[in-house]
Design a protein. Structure first.
Length: 247
């Protein structure tokens, strides 16, 4: 991608972080009085205000709470949407791009909790997820220091091996990440998977997003955006979550 395209991605990533913060703030102010669907509607309305558009195929964003966080792709509906209550884990996953030509998507996931402190098992899972994320980042950086771009399977295994050593790999239910393009949010150039022969490319934004999901209980995901420049430096294009946001 050209630098101006990457800059459009960076602007979108910054706007998504702001919208995510606003959504968490709204939830915190209306605990017990706001549904997942209403949070989703708020996020989409903020897209319009910020000059962002999302994928036509997936216009709804992910705003999940409690046991619904255990479903990888949970899209709240108007009817039957869960009210976000006190002491609930909350997962927000948002993806959008500037409403401009050749503007690549940004795509982030953050975790929040509507209480003073998340339960121990949730905090432990969160630490495992960010541990796998950081292991993947370090694996990538070690390759870049050698001027090497790792393959999709290698990137995937950098996180899976971390989970496997800790006995939780079976709860990692999706790929580690995907490229971000102007055409679509998922994998136009490459994606990280054991089934893919693709290889990471320079100047293409992408996600790293490990997660652990315990069916009908809870799930945790951390998703960051970054790219490798032409000098083999890894550039983060948004904030990196280090702890669960208290709402």
């Amino acid at each position: 991608m050209k630098n101006k395209e990457i800059q459009k991605h960076i602007i979108a990533a910054r706007k998504l972080n702001t919208i995510k913060d606003k959504a968490f703030k709204l939830i915190g102010e209306r605990i017990g009085r706001i549904s997942e669907y209403e949070v989703n509607a708020f996020i989409v309305s903020e897209f319009k205000k910020e000059g962002l558009v999302t994928e036509k195929e997936y216009p709804s964003q992910i705003a999940a709470s409690g046991p619904n966080t255990s479903f990888v792709h949970y899209f709240p509906k108007r009817r039957g949407s869960r009210i976000i209550k006190k002491n609930n884990l909350v997962l927000i996953d948002v993806w959008a791009k500037l409403d401009e030509k050749d503007a690549p998507f940004a795509d982030i996931t953050w975790m929040g909790y509507t209480g003073k402190s998340a339960p121990g098992n949730v905090r432990k899972t969160f630490n495992l997820v960010i541990g796998a994320r950081d292991a993947a980042i370090e694996f990538l950086k070690s390759n870049l220091r050698k001027k090497k771009l790792p393959g999709s399977k290698e990137m995937e295994d950098s996180a899976r091996n971390y989970f496997r050593k800790r006995g939780v790999e079976k709860h990692f239910l999706h790929g580690l990440g995907h490229s971000l393009s102007a055409a679509r949010v998922h994998g136009a150039y490459f994606h990280f998977s054991r089934k893919s022969d693709s290889r990471l490319k320079t100047t293409i934004p992408f996600t790293i997003e490990p997660g652990l999901y315990f069916k009908n209980k809870f799930g945790v995901r951390s998703e960051i955006n970054c790219y490798v420049d032409r000098h083999y430096h890894l550039i983060m294009t948004g904030k990196v979550q280090r702890k669960i946001v208290t709402l």
